[in-house]
Design a protein around this ligand. Sequence first.
Ligand SMILES: C[S@@+](CC[C@H](N)C(=O)[O-])C[C@H]1O[C@@H](n2cnc3c(N)ncnc32)[C@H](O)[C@@H]1O
Length: 451
Amino acid sequence: MEKELVVEIIELSNLGAGIAKQDGMVIFIENTCPGDVVKIEIIKQTKNYAIGKLLEVITPSKYRVIPMCPMQKVCGACQIQFIDYNYQLKLKKKIVEDYVGVNRSKSKIDVNVMDTIPSPQIKEFRHKIQYPISETQNSKRLIAGYYKPKSHEIVNIKYCPIQPKICDKIIEYIREIASKYNISGYNEKKHLGLLRHVVIRVSNYTGENLVTLVINDTKISKNIKEFANDIFNNFNEVVGVCVNFNNKKTNLILTDKTESICGVDYIEEKLCDITFRIGPNTFFQVNPESAENIFKYVKEYIKNNFNKPTIFDAYAGIATFGIVMSDIAQKVISVEENKESINLAKDVLKINNINNVELYAMDTAKYLEETTEKFDITILDPPRKGCTEEALDKTLKVTKSKIIYVSCNPQTLIRDLEYLISKGAKVSFIQPFDMFCHSYHVECVTIIDVE
Ligand SMILES: C[S@@+](CC[C@H](N)C(=O)[O-])C[C@H]1O[C@@H](n2cnc3c(N)ncnc32)[C@H](O)[C@@H]1O
């Protein structure tokens, strides 16, 4: 294949790169959109595919827009922000269909994929930020931002339009005052330096912020205490500052060792008229308004099809699904392996005066192994890796009528659906939601019949 080519982008890959075809060879090109005619340089070629680097957009696709972020091309967070939002929704539906196999001659599973339900906010929607931290070589100023695509080089972000503005202000303040307290940025290669990450959780409802400083240490020094207090005192919106201890050579951001330095160690968020508490290390959807859409959708489905059902809420986090469904259920059992989440869920039950939800801090498959109960509905909301076959087998045994599978990874979702179908279940439909605007990620709710 020639080194420089002019090609037309015909579709988008499941990882957000444009796809062109030349002499039967598939070429992936980042930062391109279906309909673009582009000049590219081939930078990698294998037997099955090639990778091209965009040199010039010769004729732009009608779906191209000016991205709202000036850093879009260098930052790895929003791969498709330069594509019109309505077209992004269509592309996400197609990504799910591709995993299902709808557009291939032999479909893996026979299921309808619905149109993607948009996110109510497409700016400032992301309410959890996790910035890796390093420092400049000479002046030792902190660098904070997202990684460049496929690298661990940090883009020093001063303004990010997808998160609340307060996050930029807090991060800028941290950059400014770090040297006053001798706080060094982390050097990943040498495993030296103190501050590894700053994690901020923001409540969409109250505007409260919880800041967590992830440090390469095992104890809290006087300096870090004063640094935390300075951040806490400087912002009315910051209700607490915590320190998380992570002195291991690992890509894991947070460990399970967190200490509160000032204020409280949670923020309060309100969804579906329920007040939730979110801690530094508890799972909670990053886009609260889109999450609320999903909760309402699932609740409406259950209300229309059941009268006071029993519900098993697996991979429960702070039991968000279980708690939101509790007023239309006879009884809910929520199971989550993270103890911090279950403790916060206990508080939520108390604050909201809910008494038909039982909480268990344990592995889902283990709970299912031990239980003798059966449930009308099981809600599965596993992490990106999906469910194990063991967990799916046991889910089938305890579920009388429907499984509602909520997934943030269509690849593992389809694998698990194929397994459930091989055991006799029937998949009704897949409803995609846009939770992660401007990226190729897509959240799906799938209704499965086990009767
Ligand atoms: C995608 S989150 C869903 C949380 C919750 N349903 C929500 O909507 O906020 C997945 C959750 O599963 C938990 N988890 C992961 N593996 C688990 C397992 N084997 N058993 C129980 N919980 C698990 C994680 O800690 C995380 O809170």
